[in-house]
Design a protein around this ligand. Structure first.
Ligand SMILES: *Cc1c(COP(=O)(O)O)cnc(C)c1O
Length: 348
């Protein structure tokens, strides 16, 4: 008996169709971090249904190339001539976000397709406005380099009223108004502002059925359902505590189910007392600290026996966003953090 993550194929297809309903732009599906923790080989509907696939590192390009011939974009770009050669051998498009990368490709003597990333205010990756202008001049005289798209990334797209969004958008528009292919929108921008869609949208979290906002009225379906077996059931008395640190004490006789999943599987150790777990169609509160291999839940409200299955997230009744909120984190971290002790299986 172990924890299982079922990856729903129909939910992937559905969520991709939500992107298409929202925007007519081409779709760059974000499959970095092993498809946000869903495992590349289990997200074929995205791999086949998107226009381009994007990953962060060269090692991810290698893995992805083993399973598909589709176009791939390398978000971090390359950092040496060896990496450049590898990227070209793998037939992937590369992001240029730093001056040194421009000098690197300028020396290359064959055709190469790049995405140029501009920093419009997030101050993580991206060329400054001056560097971008210079880059355009340099490339004008180099017929080997073709710019597939110009891109930028929002710092605060999940905060709808943050003035930084408009500021970044205006900067991007001003710098790129003569440019045909542009890309700016992540999931939050796709869902909230059509003015950001341009020619390529870059959905990530929404493809996996989680909302980047605190609400989820977007008709997204959870893709990963994480479940684990009940491995013990017991009743404790008033005043008795549960788990490491004795952080939860029963105020009346309480039946506790012990579930075979813990932080060693990627269930968040910071999940607080009261974090919901779905069992036999009933939401039950987590009690006591999360252990490496187990969690305990209060099942006073539902009949539970050893061998029953508890759902940790990935159900209409219990979304990963809810568990994230109870753990002071975001759905992205929970999804990418499911460990390889968990059995991953393809679902319907
Ligand atoms: C990960 C990533 C995205 C997707 O972000 P979501 O919030 O998951 O939609 C888009 N663009 C870039 C550059 C990214 O790194």
């Amino acid at each position: 008996m172990s924890a299982v993550a079922v990856i729903s194929q129909s939910a992937l297809t559905h969520n991709l169709s939500v992107v298409k309903r929202k925007s007519s732009a081409k779709i760059v599906a974000m499959v970095k971090a092993n498809a946000y923790g869903h495992h590349l080989n289990l997200v074929m509907p995205l791999i086949e249904g998107a226009d381009i696939l994007a990953v962060s590192e060269l090692a991810e390009v290698q893995k992805l190339r083993r399973i598909t011939d589709r176009p791939i974009l390398l978000l971090s770009g390359v950092h040496s001539s060896q990496e450049l050669q590898q990227a070209i051998d793998l037939d992937c498009q590369i992001v240029l976000h730093h001056r040194l990368q421009i000098s690197l490709i300028a020396k290359y003597d064959k055709a190469i397709r790049v995405w140029v990333k501009i920093d419009t205010g997030m101050h993580r990756l991206g060329l400054s406005q001056d560097e971008y202008q210079q880059c355009l001049l340099d490339f004008e005289s180099n017929p080997l380099i073709s710019i597939e798209s110009v891109m930028s990334h929002f710092a605060c797209a999940d905060a709808l009223v943050n003035p930084m969004n408009q500021k970044q958008l205006k900067t991007f528009e001003r710098l790129t108004n003569n440019t045909n292919n542009r890309s700016m929108a992540n999931s939050a921008a796709i869902l909230s502002n059509p003015d950001t869609h341009f020619d390529f949208v870059r959905p990530g979290i929404m493809l996996y059925g989680a909302s980047p906002f605190s609400d989820n009225d977007f008709d997204l379906q959870p893709v990963m359902q994480l479940s684990a077996p009940v491995i013990s059931v017991k009743t404790i008395q008033t005043g008795e505590s549960v788990g490491y640190g004795a952080t939860w004490t029963a105020d009346k006789a309480t039946t506790i189910a012990i579930i075979g999943i813990g932080y060693g599987d990627g269930y968040p150790r910071h999940a607080k007392n009261g974090t919901p777990v779905l069992i036999n169609n009933t939401l039950c509160p987590l009690v006591g600290r999360v252990s490496m291999d187990m969690i305990m839940i209060n099942v006073n409200d539902v009949k539970v026996v050893i061998g029953d299955t508890a759902i940790l997230w990935g159900d209409e009744k219990l979304r990963v966003e809810t568990v994230a909120t109870h753990s002071d984190t975001i759905s992205y971290e929970l999804l990418t953090g499911v460990s390889n002790r968990v059995a991953f299986v393809r679902g319907a």
